[in-house]
Write a protein that binds this ligand. Structure first.
Ligand SMILES: O=C(O)COP(=O)(O)O
Ligand SMILES: [Mg+2]
Length: 224
């Protein structure tokens, strides 16, 4: 077992960029929505830099890019129309091109077997969580799943993390947040969790070491 897990009881996992490489389907849905508005379509590499603050911000960043317009100057009606289209397309195909990262399923089940309470805390809208987990045969892995719209505030706010700890009556000092982005690490630190970061994730194209997590992992199986 990784030394970071010593004495810990609850492990919170991020989803996109941590357990699943979801950018291909996010990019495909965004491309369809932008095409329907006769707008330019970004490369997947751009899209991977826009993930992490929920799907609304993803679409907002996509529209800002396509129109070369600052996010705060966008036509809100057009953005909302684009967002509705994106949600429709993504909802139809959230796991066509998406893949689990190596070791994800094995690690989750081994940690559960070892007695840890596992929770999923993503900024993705809650409605997409169940279909994705079901597709990857992970429906049984988590005791609780929270999306970006499940509570009043999402990561980097610590609320979903403190909510999960309280729900299972575990002290924050006995919890770990495992994620790929600065928002996971910020939320983890603010909640009083230990933090572990995956180096292969998205993190807006920046090295996650900058966020100074307690542990840097090149693979989820390093947790074991
Ligand atoms: O930004 C998103 O929609 C998802 O992000 P997360 O699963 O990495 O929190
Ligand atoms: Mg992530």
């Amino acid at each position: 077992m990784h030394p970071l897990l010593s004495g810990k009881k609850l492990i919170a996992f991020d989803l996109d960029g941590t357990l699943i490489d979801s950018v291909p389907d996010l990019a495909a849905a965004l491309a369809r929505a932008l095409e329907a508005e006769d707008l330019a379509v970004p490369e997947q590499e751009n899209v991977s830099r826009w993930v992490g603050n929920g799907t609304y911000r993803l679409v907002e960043r996509g529209l800002a890019w396509a129109q070369s317009t600052p996010e705060n100057r966008l036509d809100r009606a057009r953005l909302n129309r684009l967002y509705a289209a994106f949600m429709r397309y993504y909802g139809k195909a959230p796991h066509r091109l998406t893949r689990l990262y190596p070791g994800a399923a094995e690690t989750l089940y081994a940690l559960r077997e070892a007695g840890f309470v596992l929770v999923l805390i993503t900024n993705k809208p809650e409605r997409f969580i169940a279909p994705l987990l079901e597709h990857f045969a992970l429906s049984e892995a988590f005791a609780l799943c929270l999306g970006g719209d499940s509570l009043a505030r999402k990561k980097p706010d610590p609320l979903p993390l403190t909510h999960a700890a309280a729900r299972f009556s575990v002290a924050p000092s006995a919890c770990v947040m495992v994620g790929d982005s600065c928002h996971d690490i910020a939320a983890g630190k603010a909640a009083g969790f230990a933090t572990a970061a995956l180096t292969y994730g998205y993190n807006h194209g920046e090295p996650i070491g900058q966020s100074r997590p307690d542990a840097l992992l090149d693979s989820l199986s390093e947790l074991l």
